[in-house]
Each structure stands twice: as C-alpha cells, then as structure tokens.
Design a protein around this ligand. Structure first.
Ligand code: AMP
Length: 116
C-alpha cells in the first residue's frame, strides 16, 4: 500500500505542487503550521529517517538543495525559515515516507520543542 505522498506523487490525490524534478517533489502542506509550509518529499519511498542508507546520500542532499531553492522562489530566503524532519512517534511523524518541512513567512516560535 503506497503512502498518501506516493499517491500525490502519482497524481491520484490532488495537491499544490511547488517543485518537482526526477528525484523530489514539493507540495503545500494541507494543514499549514506557518504562513508558508511546504513539504519536500523524495519520490522514492523511505519510511523513516531510520531507514536511510549510504545509497541515499545524493537524494538527501537534493532535498536540502530543493528546500533552499524553494525558499528563494517563494521569497522567504532572506527573512528566514526552518527545516524539520520528524522521525517516529515521539517526534509526531504521521506520514511514513520521509519528508522535510519548510516553514517560514513569519517569525517562528523559538526552540525545537522538548517535553510537552
Ligand atoms: P509529519 O507529521 O512530519 O509526518 O508530517 C506530515 C505532514 O503531512 C503534516 O504536516 C500534514 O499536514 C501533511 N499532510 C498530510 N496529508 C496531506 C495532503 N493530502 N496534502 C498535503 N499535506 C498533507
């Protein structure tokens, strides 16, 4: 069973794409946690950050480069942004296909979230 992100990748579920290349795509988050909230997602399904291998080195680098490009394209590079990847339950991962959150467009809460 493919994840919701793979279904979006395959255009079976609609989403607003902001970037796509041979390895990566990026969409607007459906429940934005900041004025700008983009998800950068590899086309290859990797369930969690625990599942990455040395073979994914280039792919992970491409995600960072895409994030930087998108931040520039949507005009938040200079004002600033945050990149976040959640892994498993304690971090609140809900979709088990690795993805990077790009958050910005406003002043973000400081800190990285410790105990609730
Ligand atoms: P995480 O909690 O790190 O696994 O993040 C998953 C993110 O995917 C959440 O911010 C959700 O709002 C977002 N999301 C879930 N379904 C969709 C969808 N159909 N389109 C866009 N974003 C989605």
């Amino acid at each position: 069973m493919s994840t919701i992100f793979s279904q979006i990748r395959d255009r079976k579920i609609p989403a607003t794409f902001v970037y796509e290349d041979d390895a990566i795509f990026a969409i607007k988050d459906i429940m934005p946690q900041a004025k700008e909230h983009i998800l950068i997602i590899p086309k290859k399904e990797i369930a969690t950050m625990n599942d990455i291998t040395d073979d994914d080195t280039l792919l992970l680098g491409k995600m960072m480069i895409a994030a930087s490009k998108i931040a520039g394209d949507i005009g938040i590079a200079e004002s600033g942004y945050r990149l976040v990847m959640n892994c498993n339950e304690n971090a609140g991962q809900t979709v088990f296909q690795i993805h990077m959150h790009l958050l910005g467009g406003e002043i973000l809460q400081s800190g990285f979230g410790g105990k609730q």
